[in-house]
Design a binder for this molecule. Structure first.
Ligand SMILES: [Zn+2]
Length: 245
């Protein structure tokens, strides 16, 4: 029992797919890349949400590619939250072996080099889309323009905070905090939206956790708990603001 009075709808978006493998997953078992882990966690998250009485659906249920800008459109008027699931990777360098842990993003301009790195890495998926011409500057302008129309900034930031609080508890690499950056996949969202970097494929411990059935299940359960906490808070706020509407 979650205490939710309504039956809210959440859309879960397993990142990448099809000819876009996502990051290659340095320490994932052979033949597994980010797109597979995202789909595994996404399916389990849908099940965990449904178990908690939430109407949950996926942007993709198979190994197929959806354009970045089409994904958030699966979360429409009757949908309370869009959740994109990804795996982080640290480029080769001094910090490669040590960087680990989970972080949750909402859409806003990046403030740190790490945030810019993650947004670049995820936005780079656009090169796998056949119909979308790659125009880095135009794309950046597109994101910045959308930022100004981001009426759900506060809700998205709060959802990120509540989800991050739960996943950091169960993650072997711990939490890296709530983050913000210009993700193309979130820029077309017209509802509250977050993106979870579930851990580093370039870290031995994180990669083993993410590739395991137990790890994926624990992550999905924790994310679902965070989402329930957000939805409960949102329901309470509506009840107060709406005066029992
Ligand atoms: Zn990704």
């Amino acid at each position: 029992m979650t205490g939710l009075r309504q039956r809210p709808v959440v859309v879960v978006d397993p990142g990448h797919g099809g000819r876009d493998p996502g990051n290659p997953g340095r320490f994932f078992p052979n033949g597994i890349s980010e797109k597979d882990v995202n789909l595994g966690i996404g399916r389990l998250l849908r099940a965990e949400l449904q178990r908690r009485g939430i109407g949950a659906s996926l942007t993709r249920t198979t190994d197929t590619l959806i354009d970045l800008r089409d994904r958030a459109g699966f979360c429409r008027d009757d949908c309370e939250l869009f959740v994109s699931v990804h795996v982080n990777a640290m480029p080769t360098g001094r910090r490669t072996a040590s960087a680990n842990g989970v972080e949750t993003y909402f859409l806003s301009d990046a403030k740190t080099e790490d945030q810019r790195r993650v947004a670049r890495m995820e936005n780079d998926a656009i090169r796998f889309e056949t119909d979308t011409p790659v125009r880095p500057n135009a794309d950046l302008a597109f994101i910045l323009r959308d930022l100004q129309q981001n009426e759900y900034l506060r809700e998205s930031a709060r959802a990120a905070e509540l989800v991050q609080g739960q996943v950091a508890e169960i993650h072997p690499g711990g939490g890296r905090g709530v983050q913000q950056a210009g993700f193309m996949v979130l820029s077309t969202a017209r509802r509250p939206a977050i993106l979870i970097e579930t851990g580093f494929a370039t870290h031995r411990g994180d990669a083993a956790f993410l590739a395991s059935a137990v790890g994926q299940r624990r992550l999905a359960g924790a994310v679902a708990d965070g989402i329930v906490a957000y939805l409960l808070e949102f329901e309470r706020k509506l009840a107060i603001d709406g005066g029992g509407r």
